[in-house]
Ligand binder design. Structure first.
Ligand code: HEM
Length: 470
C-alpha cells in the first residue's frame, strides 16, 4: 500500500504515464480500472451505471440510501423531488446567510490573531460551512460556530477516516469481522452521534412547522428549502416520505453540503496564501466590485471573474471529492474503438479489449486538465508545470475549445453534483469577505499533506498566518 499522502501524487504520475486508463491492484485478487482520458470519462459518465459496490457501501450505515448512493427509479424520483431546492430563486437569499456565517468565522479570527501565531483553519471552515448549510437547507440556526466543541464535526471526521481505513484493511470488508472489531465499535458510536444530530434537526423543523404562522409562510413560498421539500413531499397516493428515506437524505446533504465546501475553501485559502500575487489580484477585484460595502450580494457573485478562475484552479489541484467510481454493468466501447469488458480476468487484457473485475474509478480533475498542456515543464524542485497554481488555465481564451470532460470537480452527466451552484456561491462569499478583512500567509513550518479520505483533507491540517487589514 502507498502512504495516504502519496496516493494522489501517484495517481497523477500514473495518469501521465498511462494516457487513457490503467488498472490498480489491491493485493492479487482485487483491481479497479482508473481512467484518465476525458473521452473515456465522458463515455462512462453518460451511462447510468450504479455507484461501485465497494467504496460507497461502507458509507451506507452512516448516510443511508440517500441521493448519493441510490440507483434506478428511486434515485430518479428523489433527484426530481430535490432539484427545485437548488433553483436560483432558492439560492439567492442564501447569499446573505452564507455571508452571516462567514462573518461569524472572521470575527472569531479577529480575536485569535492578536499574537500572530498561525491558525489551523480546516476546523474553523468546517464549522462555518456546517453553520451555513444548517441555516440554508434546514432552517436551523444552531450557532454551532460559537457553541462549545461541535460533536457532529468530530463525528464526521472520524467517520470519513474510518470508512477510508475500512477500505484499506481487507478483512474489514467482511461485515461480521468489521462489526465485531474495535473499529466497528467506534464506527457505530460515531454514527450514533451523527444521527443524533440529524434527528434533532428534523425534529426541530417538524415542531416549528406545527406553528400555524410558520406553516402558512412555507405554503406561500414558490420554492421550498431543502428540508421543507422533504417534509412536504407526498407521492401519488398522498403518502409522505418514510422516516428512513427522510433521514438518509438529511444525513447525505448534511455531510455533502458542508464537508466538501469546507475542503474547497480551506485549500483555496492555502493556494492564495502561497501565491500572494493572485491573492492581491482577487482582493483588488473584490474591492472594485463591493466599493464601500462590507457585505456581498447575489449580483456581485457573477462579477468575480478572476476570483472564480482562482477557485477553479484550486479545485483542479485540490479536488474536494478526489474520485468517483462506478460498477460497470455491461461492456462499454470508447470513442477510440477500445472495449471494456466486465467480469473478465484483467490478465487477459489486450490493446483493443480492456477487462475489469470490479469497479471503474475516475480521478477526474487533475489528470484531465493536465492533458491540455502540451509540454509539462519540470522545475529543479521536482514540481511540474501541471502542479503549479496557475489560474490563467481558466481564462476564457484558454478554456475555449477545451474538452467538456477535462475538468470535473463536480462530476458530469445525470449523476453530477446537485449542489455545485450552492458550493460555488459559498466559496465566492467566503473568499470575498475573508480577503476584505485578512491577508493570508503560509506557515512554512507546517506544509499541508493532502490525503483523500472520501473528502480531500490535509493530514496535518491547514495552518496559515492571518494579518488583519481592516
Ligand atoms: C466544492 C464542493 C463540492 C464538490 C467538489 C462536490 C463534488 C461532487 C461530486 C464529484 C459528485 C459525484 C459523486 C459520485 O458520482 O459519486 C457529487 C455528488 C453529489 N453532491 Fe456534491 N460537491 C460539492 C458540494 C456539494 C454541496 C454543497 C451539496 C449539497 C448542498 C452536494 C450534494 C451532492 C449530492 C447529493 C450528490 C449526489 C448527486 C446524485 O447522485 O444525484 N455537493 N458532488
Amino acid at each position: 500500500f502507498l502512504k495516504e499522502e502519496e496516493v494522489l501524487d501517484k495517481a497523477e504520475i500514473w495518469a501521465q504515464k498511462y494516457l487513457h486508463a490503467h488498472p490498480v491492484w489491491f493485493g492479487s485478487f482485487s483491481a479497479i480500472l482508473v481512467i484518465s482520458d476525458p473521452d473515456y470519462a465522458k463515455a462512462v459518465l453518460a451511462r447510468g451505471d450504479p455507484k461501485d459496490n465497494v467504496s460507497y457501501k461502507h458509507l451506507v450505515p452512516w448516510i443511508g440510501n440517500g441521493l448519493l448512493i441510490l440507483h434506478g427509479p428511486k434515485w430518479h424520483q428523489h433527484r426530481k423531488l430535490l432539484t427545485p431546492g437548488f433553483h436560483y430563486d432558492v439560492l439567492k437569499p442564501y447569499v446573505a446567510l452564507m455571508a452571516e456565517s462567514t462573518n461569524v468565522m472572521l470575527d472569531k479570527w479577529d480575536k485569535l490573531v492578536t499574537d500572530g501565531k498561525p491558525v489551523e483553519l480546516f476546523e474553523h471552515v468546517s464549522l462555518m460551512t456546517l453553520d451555513s448549510i444548517m441555516k440554508c437547507a434546514f432552517s436551523c440556526h444552531s450557532n454551532c460556530q460559537t457553541n462549545r466543541k461541535n460533536t457532529y464535526i468530530q463525528a464526521v471526521y472520524d467517520l470519513c477516516l474510518m470508512v477510508h481505513q475500512r477500505l484499506r484493511i481487507f478483512p474489514y470488508h467482511n461485515d461480521i469481522i468489521y462489526w465485531l472489531s474495535p473499529h466497528g465499535f467506534r464506527f457505530r458510536k460515531a454514527c450514533q452521534l451523527a444521527h443524533d444530530h440529524t434527528d434533532k434537526v428534523i425534529h426541530e423543523r417538524k415542531e416549528s412547522l406545527k406553528d400555524e404562522q410558520e406553516f402558512e409562510k412555507v405554503q406561500k413560498k414558490r420554492h421550498l428549502d431543502f428540508l421543507d421539500i422533504l417534509l412536504c413531499a407526498r407521492d401519488e397516493n398522498g403518502a409522505a416520505l418514510s422516516d428512513e428515506d427522510l433521514r438518509a437524505e438529511v444525513d447525505t446533504f448534511m455531510f455533502e453540503g458542508h464537508d466538501t465546501t469546507a475542503s474547497g475553501i480551506a485549500w483555496l485559502f492555502y493556494c492564495l496564501a502561497s501565491h500572494p500575487e493572485h491573492q492581491a489580484r482577487c482582493r483588488e477585484e473584490i474591492q472594485g466590485i463591493l466599493g464601500d460595502r462590507q457585505t456581498i450580494q447575489w449580483e456581485d457573485l457573477g462579477k468575480m471573474t478572476y476570483s472564480t478562475m482562482c477557485i477553479k484552479e484550486s479545485l483542479r489541484l485540490y479536488p474536494p471529492v478526489p474520485g468517483v467510481s462506478r460498477q460497470l454493468s455491461k461492456p462499454i466501447t470508447f470513442s477510440d474503438g477500445r472495449t471494456l469488458v466486465v467480469g473478465e480476468d484483467l490478465g487477459k487484457m489486450t490493446y483493443s479489449t480492456m477487462c475489469i473485475k470490479e469497479s471503474l474509478r475516475l480521478y477526474p480533475p487533475v489528470p484531465g486538465v493536465s492533458r491540455q498542456l502540451s509540454k509539462p515543464i519540470t522545475f529543479s524542485d521536482g514540481r511540474t508545470l501541471r502542479s503549479v497554481f496557475d489560474p490563467s488555465r481558466f481564462s476564457p481564451e484558454n478554456i475555449s475549445g477545451r474538452h467538456s470532460h477535462a475538468f470535473l470537480p463536480f462530476s458530469a452527466g445525470t449523476r453530477n453534483c446537485i449542489g455545485q451552484q450552492f458550493a460555488m456561491n459559498e466559496m465566492k462569499v467566503a473568499l470575498a469577505l475573508t480577503l476584505l478583512r485578512f491577508e493570508l500567509l503560509p506557515d512554512p513550518t507546517k506544509p499541508p499533506l493532502k490525503i483523500p479520505q472520501i473528502i480531500l483533507r490535509s493530514k496535518n491540517g491547514i495552518h496559515l498566518s492571518l494579518k488583519k487589514i481592516r
